[in-house]
Design a protein. Structure first.
Length: 286
C-alpha cells in the first residue's frame, strides 16, 4: 500500500496537471504504519525520511522476492536468500562505512563494517578565533567539509568506552577511525542541528556552506573509491523556527533542465543558484 501510494504521488508530480500536488494520501498511509507522524503533531523530517526509506525498502524487497520465487520455483533455503536481497532503495541510497578499532596496548586492529542510508554530521556551534593575543568563542560560517572532518576524525575510546581486546583478553583504551568503503549513488547528509546536553535542548543555527557541485568524498573514502567520489547537490530540506516548532521547506533541482525550485507548501517558485545555500539547511541530497 505504501509503495502504491508513493508511485501515485510520483506520477501526479511528473504529469504536471496541477500547480501543486498534495502528498496527503501518502502521508495518511504512512500514518497507519507510524502513528507518530499524524497531521496534528510536530515531527522531524530526518526521522520521517528514514521511515519512508525503510517502508519502501521493505515493500519493494518483498515484491521482488515474491516475483523471483514464483518464476524460479526455488527451494526454501534459496527463497530465504532471495528474500534478503537488496531493493531499489538500497541500490540507490545505501553506502558502507568501515570502522578500524586499534587497541593502544597491543596495536591489534579489527574492522567493523556498517551500512548507512543517511550520514548524520555534527554541526559545530562555536569556533575558537585568535584576536590580539586573546582567544574568543565566536559564531562563524562553517563548510560542509568541516562537518565531514569532524565525523571522520579519530576518536579515543577510554574510561567507560574502553573496548574488550581479544588479544589482551581485557579492557583497553583504543582509537577508532571510520572510512567510506562503498559510496551510494545518492548520498544524504543530515546536519545535526538539534542537540541535548543534560536537561538542556537547543537548535544550532550555525551557517553551513555546502557546494552545489564537485563535492569530493575522496579524503574520507578507501583508495579504490577516490577517483569515483564526486557528487552534485540535487535537493535541500530546510527547517526554520526553533526546537519544538517550525516550518519545513525544500529546494529541488529539476533533473532534466537543471533549474532550481523552492517548495513551500502549495507555493512552488523558480529560484537562482545563489539562493540555494541558507542557514536553515537540515538535509542535503547529493
Amino acid at each position: 500500500e505504501s509503495a502504491t501510494a508513493f508511485a501515485l504521488l510520483m506520477s501526479a508530480m511528473w504529469l504536471g496537471e496541477s500547480d501543486s500536488v498534495s502528498p496527503e494520501v501518502f502521508q495518511s498511509v504512512l500514518e497507519t504504519r507510524y502513528p507518530n507522524f499524524s497531521k496534528s503533531t510536530q515531527q522531524d523530517a530526518q526521522e520521517f525520511l528514514t521511515c519512508v526509506l525503510n517502508e519502501l525498502h521493505d515493500a519493494l524487497k518483498k515484491v521482488r522476492a515474491q516475483l523471483q520465487c514464483k518464476r524460479l520455483q526455488t527451494s526454501a533455503k534459496e527463497s530465504k536468500w532471495i528474500a534478503s536481497e537488496p531493493s531499489i532503495i538500497t541500490q540507490l541510497f545505501e553506502g558502507q562505512l568501515s570502522y578500524s578499532i586499534t587497541c593502544l596496548e597491543c596495536k591489534t586492529t579489527i574492522n567493523r563494517p556498517e551500512c548507512f542510508t543517511v550520514l548524520s554530521l555534527p554541526v559545530p556551534s562555536k569556533r575558537v578565533c585568535s584576536w590580539p593575543g586573546r582567544l574568543l568563542l565566536c559564531s562563524c560560517c562553517f563548510l560542509l567539509r568541516d562537518c565531514l572532518k569532524c565525523f571522520f576524525k579519530k576518536d579515543e575510546l577510554t574510561r567507560t568506552n574502553q573496548i574488550h581486546c581479544s588479544s589482551c583478553e581485557t579492557k583497553q583504551d583504543a582509537v577508532v577511525e571510520g572510512i567510506i568503503t562503498k559510496t551510494p549513488e545518492i548520498i544524504i547528509f543530515h546536519l545535526k542541528r538539534f542537540e541535548s546536553q543534560d536537561e538542556c535542548r537547543r537548535k544550532l543555527s550555525t551557517r553551513i556552506t555546502y557546494p552545489l557541485s564537485n563535492l569530493s568524498l575522496s579524503p574520507y573514502s578507501s583508495p579504490h573509491l577516490r577517483n569515483h567520489s564526486e557528487y552534485s547537490l540535487c535537493a535541500v530540506v530546510n527547517h526554520s523556527g526553533l526546537l519544538d516548532y517550525g516550518h519545513y521547506t525544500a529546494f529541488c533541482k529539476h533533473s532534466f533542465t537543471g533549474t532550481w525550485y523552492s517548495f513551500n507548501d502549495a507555493q512552488i517558485t523558480k529560484m537562482t543558484k545563489s539562493s540555494v545555500q541558507t542557514e536553515s539547511a537540515y538535509l542535503l541530497f547529493y
